[in-house]
Design a protein around this ligand. Sequence first.
Ligand SMILES: NC(=O)c1ccc[n+]([C@@H]2O[C@H](COP(=O)([O-])OP(=O)(O)OC[C@H]3O[C@@H](n4cnc5c(N)ncnc54)[C@H](O)[C@@H]3O)[C@@H](O)[C@H]2O)c1
Ligand SMILES: O=P(O)(O)OC[C@H](O)CO
Length: 394
Amino acid sequence: MELNRELETRIVEFSKDVVVQSPSVLQLRILTILRQAVENYSHQTLYPFFHFPLFGVIHRMKQQSPVRLTMVGGGSWATALIKILSENNVSIKWWLRKESDAEHIKKFGHNPSYLSDVQINTRKVKVCTRIKDAFRDSDYIVLAVPAAFVSDALSGIKPEHFAGKYVISAIKGMIPSANQLVTDWVREQYNVPASRIAVIAGPCHAEEVALEKQSYLTIASQDVACADDVAAMLNCRFVQATGVDDIYGIEYSAVMKNIIALACGITHGLGYGDNFQAVLVSNAMQEIKRFVDAIYPKHRDLSGSAYLGDLLVTAYSPFSRNRTFGTLIGRGYTIQSAQMEMNMIAEGYYAVKSIHEINRQFQVRMPIAEAVYNILYERASPTLEMEGVKRLLT
Ligand SMILES: NC(=O)c1ccc[n+]([C@@H]2O[C@H](COP(=O)([O-])OP(=O)(O)OC[C@H]3O[C@@H](n4cnc5c(N)ncnc54)[C@H](O)[C@@H]3O)[C@@H](O)[C@H]2O)c1
Ligand SMILES: O=P(O)(O)OC[C@H](O)CO
């Protein structure tokens, strides 16, 4: 029987992993295989497998052993991810930089600085401000600070602290000092194998997660089983998560969409309307495709939600940090005053410089990203730069 063979193969693959996994990761792996089997096959086909002893074992494991995870970051996205993960059998250590925020969460069950309405389940979530304590006994490390601050957040952490752990980047930015994607940087700095690294992507604003609005996430890893495991942790009442393998395409695309959101904001601040923005965004999608295909060629459909969907949400939503930052620049704020006006970080500000520098080698035609770079780093006039872009749009 087809199913027989497929389940057999997957269980054999999985058993090769058994020796190196901790119980909570094993549990997640088995659950993922079963969830996929249940989704893909009818009850009738699956019936004989219910006699498989694993099913009973899994049920008991689900009750007993939570996945152990560390969240690094105290901003909006970290807070939203804590809310999502708390819906599942995950035990969380939450590292925050600010002692006062950590104390407030312990006492009142709310993050005072970001998404303060979100109730934190302090039975599942243990807060700390010492990064080494946060890493201890965790299977998964989730990085959720802006890329420019990752190195600071991990100060004192050495490759051995990452040994045997999975790293999930929830960051949509580049490490400015290295012009590297966060996952490449983690792999190089801490010797984490690519098969143990995943990214959380997809069009998803923390503010809507806080309101439990239906959202979708795409989890990417070179090892799809790893992506599926992470997706299983994030699937809940209001979030549907799916695992895929295009980690580079998705990560670069997420970085690029922030730069385009800055352009959308700048033009909005200058008084351009929706008609213009629709053309700007569709041209920008082609720009993203040219860049991503040049830097990491692979057959991919950029109309998927982790690519086009993420560009759309960031380009049009009032929750978007990058669009808001761009709007302030378009209205005449200086970079410093725009940064001070927002309590949040616009990743695109740092990313556009990295992408500009990386593109020296690739020479991809990217007039929109170049205009944003000129405005933010070369003191070019937003009006003149966007006049130039306007003439090139089709
Ligand atoms: N907010 C979202 O909806 C969302 C969704 C998906 C991905 N992301 C990504 O998540 C990452 C984190 O973004 P966010 O939205 O949570 O950030 P945020 O703007 O809400 O919060 C700012 C964060 O930066 C930290 N910070 C500020 N100044 C710092 C400094 N000098 N040193 C160290 N840390 C400092 C703050 O403690 C806080 O954690 C970004 O890469 C972002 O692209 C965000
Ligand atoms: O829209 P932004 O600039 O707040 O970025 C947040 C996320 O990337 C949206 O998916």
